[in-house]
Design a protein around this ligand. Structure first.
Ligand SMILES: O=C(O)CCC(=O)C(=O)O
Ligand SMILES: [Mn+2]
Length: 395
């Protein structure tokens, strides 16, 4: 008989002290002399085993799917949260038609933790209900305000990441010939990333400058802002010299820079170019960050917040000074790795996640070009904003 997970016993066993003698239990101990009876019992026994194995498999499958949406969430005292109210609770708060009842109400500050999974919330006095909520009934104010992120399907938040840099996942991609990419999908927690996104979106002095592309003046297809440490040479690209703001003008940028430095202590940065892609129609065309001020092998750290966009890289096709034999070997191994036919250009695509860090290193700016393409289709074009920060070192 099936045993309960909490008691480790079946109801029958709890009452009688032993498991019932069922036909399949007899099979193991059957010592009569009828082969047919033995065979029948053995078959029962095997059927039960098979059923147990199938149940185990189904339970594992269910857990796998449930875990996909499961996240560890925590709130701190002082965090503002939205809470889910029952319709009758909502009615005591606001007199509205039942069709207009909101799914979440708030934001209300968290005033304490109750056990492992519940929080006490400071509710307005006219809301006469018990102020303790299970975390499944809560959502952070920030996540609630930014429901468009692909990352936020479960809608809850504050991923616990006490020391992000120790547990940080890093994917290293060797592009060959001294070019390298390092990708950390989660440098910042989802919560912190939305805090930064909201701050940057509202406070940065964004401009959309006119730049020169192939001899023509055109509006840059994204907003931008430039930050530089004092005393650096002017920086220009595509005939445009941006005004340099100070780090102190936007203090959270220093915090972000500190986290980037902790994640990649071997690199140094003294300037930052910010980009804001307001919709999927904004883009960055193919280019390399190979301006002379950065030297021949710049390390560039790129942080993304908000809407997820594609980041593409392709070989720039220029000849470098290595021997033809080396180049032939490199192309051959690249083609083998990517299953490409002759004449195709090596390509790399990354989905730059909310709160991620992408490092471009070594010869990447010499041998490769990168871009953020437009999102195609009406819906894609209407996608929400992405903010990108590229930290650089002006020599
Ligand atoms: O938005 C991005 O991820 C890339 C921006 C970029 O390439 C640049 O600012 O040079
Ligand atoms: Mn670039």
């Amino acid at each position: 008989m099936q045993r309960s997970e909490s008691t480790g016993k079946s109801p029958f066993e709890l009452v009688t002290g032993h498991q019932p003698l069922t036909p399949n239990a007899l099979a193991a101990s059957y010592d009569g002399n009828s082969p047919a009876a033995y065979k029948t019992m053995k078959e029962w026994y095997e059927q039960a085993d098979l059923a147990r194995a199938s149940l185990d498999k189904a339970a594992k499958k269910m857990k796998k799917w449930a875990d996909k949406k499961r996240r560890h969430v925590e709130f701190d005292v002082g965090d503002k949260v939205m809470v889910k109210l029952l319709p009758q609770q909502f009615k005591t708060f606001r007199k509205v038609h039942k069709g207009l009842i909101r799914r979440y109400e708030g934001p209300f500050p968290v005033i304490g933790r109750v056990g492992k999974v519940s929080y006490r919330v400071e509710l307005p006095p006219k809301l006469k209900i018990h102020p303790v909520f299970h975390m499944l009934q809560m959502q952070s104010e920030l996540v609630f305000a930014n429901p468009n992120s692909g990352d936020l399907k479960t809608g809850r938040e504050k991923l616990v990441c006490k020391s992000p840099n120790l547990s940080m996942k890093k994917d290293i991609t060797d592009l060959g010939d001294g070019s390298e990419l390092v990708y950390c999908p989660r440098l910042f927690t989802e919560y912190k990333s939305w805090e930064y996104f909201n701050y940057l979106d509202k406070n940065i002095s964004w401009t959309r400058p006119t730049i020169r592309v192939f001899g023509r003046q055109c509006l840059q297809p994204r907003d931008t802002c430039y930050i530089a440490s004092k005393g650096l040479k002017d920086y220009s690209y595509s005939g445009y010299t941006p005004q340099a703001y100070c780090w102190d003008d936007f203090p959270p940028l220093k915090e972000i820079l500190d986290e980037v430095q902790k994640a990649v202590p071997e690199s140094q940065f003294n300037s930052l170019l910010l980009n804001r892609y307001k919709t999927g129609n904004d883009y960055a065309s193919w280019h390399a960050d190979n301006e002379k001020v950065y030297g021949p092998t710049p390390d560039i750290a790129s942080i993304s917040f908000g809407c997820e966009r594609d980041f593409l890289l392709k070989k720039n096709g220029k000849t470098s000074n290595k021997s033809q034999v080396q180049k032939f070997k490199l192309m051959k191994s690249l083609k083998r790795k990517r299953g490409m036919s002759n004449g195709e250009v090596p390509y790399k695509t990354f989905k730059l996640k909310h709160g991620s860090l992408l490092m471009m290193r070594g010869n990447t700016q010499r041998d490769w070009v990168h871009s953020i393409p437009k999102r195609v289709g009406e819906k894609a074009a209407a996608l929400s904003t992405r903010i990108n920060l590229t930290f650089r070192l002006v020599l």
